[in-house]
Design a protein around this ligand. Structure first.
Ligand code: GTP
Ligand code: MG
Ligand code: ZN
Length: 296
């Protein structure tokens, strides 16, 4: 009998599917012809499946709204970018790279700061000022020094209803810790970062979806770096939402905001309306993307 559901977990070739009708979790495998067609089911995929035997079979993956490579997940509405103030150190370059990838997939990004309790008050004030720039660029930002205070958590939880939300960010940033504070019954594994490398230990190994506050929320494995392979030089400037406010004023259509005369984005930059660090990262990413093109 053909049923429909959503993959909520993938464990070495098996897929746990939430059955829409019975609301039970059914363990399935993918049919062999997926491999032949080079299709890999992802957590978040909506599927049709057959569950007549002991083990179900995924028959078809329904069309995806979007899909991320890192972390591997499909059909995401919102991404909580968990960003540590320290251990690992804050990096505007990494944050902007993650945001660009999320914007590329038409997913709503949210910035959530962790570990600000490890900063001196002066350093915290400085970082908060930077994050205000992100707020002014249109992002929802959570930046309390005590990350897990109940007021801030309640506000975050209120964004989950009727959405698929993915927690993403660097390994060791605190994604699983944040989820454990949101739902104290999850009991997700967490681990201190490696002090010698100032890097996370890749504690979370699987993408898993949980039912939290009327929505689906995913914990995911963190990463140490990501690339911009899916993004073209033409698309990149459209992935910085604050640039969009000015680009219509640029003298040239398709202005890349680099050296062109009459560039309204650069004018906004010089007037302090666009963050210098975001613009610098934009140029840096443009270079990186152009260097991929040369290589292939
Ligand atoms: N001081 C402090 N430590 C925190 C905070 N948030 C998380 N940590 C610690 O940071 C370490 C890493 O947290 P995890 O939740 O395992 O990080 P993660 O992002 O899930 O890492 P991966 O699963 O490897 O991607 C743990 O030792 C946490 O206790 C915070 O706000 N302040
Ligand atoms: Mg984790
Ligand atoms: Zn321009």
């Amino acid at each position: 009998m053909e049923k429909t559901g959503r993959i909520i977990k993938s464990i070495s070739g098996f897929y746990d599917v939430f059955d829409n009708e019975s609301e039970e979790i059914v363990r399935t495998r993918a049919r062999g012809n997926f491999r032949k067609r080079k299709i890999k089911p992802l957590v978040g995929d909506k599927v049709s499946f057959d569950a007549t035997g002991d083990l179900g079979y995924i028959l078809e993956i329904l069309p995806r709204e979007n899909s991320l490579v890192r972390p591997p997940i499909a059909n995401v509405d919102q991404a909580i970018v968990v960003t540590s103030a320290a251990e690992p150190n804050f990096s505007s370059n990494l944050l902007d790279k993650i945001l660009v990838n999320i914007e590329h997939n038409r997913i709503e990004p949210v910035i959530f700061l962790t570990k600000a309790d490890l900063l001196s008050d002066d350093k915290y004030v400085e970082l908060k000022q930077d994050l205000l720039g992100y707020h002014q660029a249109g992002y929802l930002v959570f930046d309390d020094q005590d990350s897990y205070n109940s007021q801030q958590l309640d506000k975050l939880k209120a964004t989950f209803a009727d959405k698929v939300t993915v927690f993403t960010g660097q390994s060791g940033a605190g994604k699983s810790t944040l989820l454990n504070h949101i739902d104290t019954e999850l009991g997700l594994a967490t681990a201190a970062i490696s002090q010698t490398l100032n890097r996370g230990k890749h504690t979370t190994r699987q993408v898993s979806l949980f039912n939290i506050c009327e929505g689906l929320v995913a914990d995911t494995p963190g990463f140490s770096s990501i690339d911009l392979m899916e993004i073209t030089p033409e698309e990149l400037p459209t992935l910085f939402p604050e640039f969009l406010d000015y680009r219509d004023g640029c003298q040239f259509r398709g202005c890349r905001h680099v050296n062109e005369p009459g560039c309204e984005v650069k004018k906004a930059l010089s007037e302090g309306k666009i963050m210098q660090s975001r613009y610098d990262n934009y140029l840096y990413f443009l270079n990186e993307i152009n260097s991929y093109k040369k290589r292939y």
